[in-house]
Design a protein around this ligand. Structure first.
Ligand code: NVA
Length: 230
């Protein structure tokens, strides 16, 4: 019936099971644990805007133990980039994955680091990256705790100003930088906030880069399909 299946859902084990039994290519369009196709778009965007990947410092602000934090750590480790997660300790990726990434770094020359101080982490960054504080499928009850824990890691102009002069800001979207999304509006009103993981000022300043990143999702997924369809 199908020439290929893209799974975008929850547990990583589900996409792996699907890939094991499907006799067609199965693409991971996002799980709770990983978001590999987003990585291709992100790398392409960094290369387009900064000209290179190797040696670049990427700082991820927020819940680094979820799909985006995990996948960015894996990707930077494989590409010889310097990955820093800026978050409270309990939001750092799991030890097993950190160990695997340290092995990738030995080959690529990349590094991985973890820092609870957002400003110290952002120093001299080439890329500042963030994602929503509550992901798809997580219960609404976690919002309050996430807002409390992750507000110090909101990407503001003060954060961008300690990064390199030509640093870029990336976001996998959707972004809650104003109240114009359904969830942004609902949670913003509930908690008395007009912006969450990134300020509207930062988002608008770097929106050309963020929308290039979104456009690159289309080009890179087409490349993946072309490379894997028989
Ligand atoms: N962490 C987010 C990524 C969205 C592209 C989520 O899983 O909802």
């Amino acid at each position: 019936m199908f020439d290929g299946i893209e799974y975008r859902g929850y547990g990583q084990e589900k996409v792996e099971e699907l890939a094991k039994y499907a006799q067609v290519p199965v693409w991971n369009g996002l799980t709770n644990e990983y978001h590999p196709t987003q990585m291709l778009a992100d790398l392409l965007t960094i290369r387009e805007h900064l000209g290179s990947l190797e040696g670049r410092k990427l700082v991820y602000m927020g819940d680094a133990r979820y799909n985006m934090g995990n996948s960015l750590m894996v990707t930077c480790s494989k590409m010889g980039m310097h990955f820093v997660a800026a978050a409270p300790k309990k939001y750092f990726p799991n030890e097993k994955l950190i160990e695997e990434c340290r092995e990738f770094c030995k080959i690529s020359g990349g590094t991985i680091d973890f820092n609870e101080d957002a400003f110290d982490a952002a120093k001299d960054a080439d890329v500042i990256y963030t994602d929503v504080w509550v992901s798809m499928g997580e219960p609404d009850e976690v919002w309050e705790e996430r807002i409390r824990d992750l507000t110090p890691y909101k990407v503001t102009m003060d954060i961008m100003n300690v990064a390199k002069k030509d640093a870029i800001f990336l976001h996998c979207l959707p972004a809650f930088h104003d109240l114009k999304t359904e969830i942004g509006k609902e949670m913003g009103e509930k908690f008395g906030l007009s912006e969450m993981e990134v300020t509207d000022e930062v988002f608008e300043k770097y929106s050309d880069v963020v929308f290039d990143e979104a456009e690159n999702r289309m080009h890179t997924i087409k490349a993946v399909m072309a490379a894997t369809l028989g």
